[in-house]
Ligand binder design. Structure first.
Ligand code: GLV
Ligand code: MN
Length: 193
């Protein structure tokens, strides 16, 4: 959903300041600007959520600048969860390359659409909707995701709500979640940092 390009390519000059629609074009371009090996994996998934994402977006692969797409390599340890999040600037498609995952997104009418996927299957997450992945298999899971934006952006719900700087006032969160200060303080303590 990015704007259409007006030239064949515009490899991003990341040292220049980004302007309204991405980065200025860098002047000397070669074949290597159009290849990126950062999605090869394997990734270390030994972290509390058991998920690691290697992004291939304009910031890691400047050749994507102005071309309106990007991809991630996402790896999940058994039981690992990619927490609920949304991408404000892109629809997401993904293919599960190995393993077995529970994938779901929630519509603006609050309906969850979900499935346990096996390797080889593809999914789509409509632009902006909250979604998550959970490795329900015994082995590592790996998927490649793709976005129709060079920089889809990620709004991670736990971080956004409980880890913003400065913090969202407790009154807002206790009312929103129909709970008390202690619960909110406990949640914040895990995300502010
Ligand atoms: C998975 O949801 C991803 O954003 O790569
Ligand atoms: Mn996503």
């Amino acid at each position: 959903s990015d704007s259409d390009p007006l030239q064949d390519f515009c490899v991003g000059d990341l040292k220049a300041s980004p302007s309204i629609n991405g980065f200025p074009c860098k002047s000397a371009v070669s074949a290597s600007d159009f290849f990126y090996s950062g999605l090869a994996g394997p990734l270390d998934t030994s972290n509390p959520n058991g998920v690691t994402i290697a992004p291939g977006n304009v910031l890691t692969f400047p050749g994507l600048n102005t071309l309106g797409l990007s991809m991630n390599n996402v790896e999940l340890a058994p039981g690992g969860v990619n927490p609920p999040h949304s991408h404000p600037r892109a629809t997401e498609a993904g293919i599960l390359v190995e393993g077995s995952i529970f994938v779901g997104f929630v519509t603006t009418n609050n309906t969850l659409f979900s499935k346990i996927m096996t390797a080889g299957e593809m999914f789509v997450i409509p632009r902006g909707l909250v979604h998550f992945q959970w490795n329900v298999g015994k082995d590592k899971a790996r998927m490649i995701t793709a976005f129709n934006s060079q920089l889809p952006g990620t709004v991670g719900l736990p971080n956004t709500l409980f880890g913003s700087k400065p913090e969202i006032p407790n009154t807002v969160l206790t009312k929103a979640f129909k709970t008390d200060d202690t619960t909110i303080a406990n949640l914040k303590s895990k995300f502010v940092g």
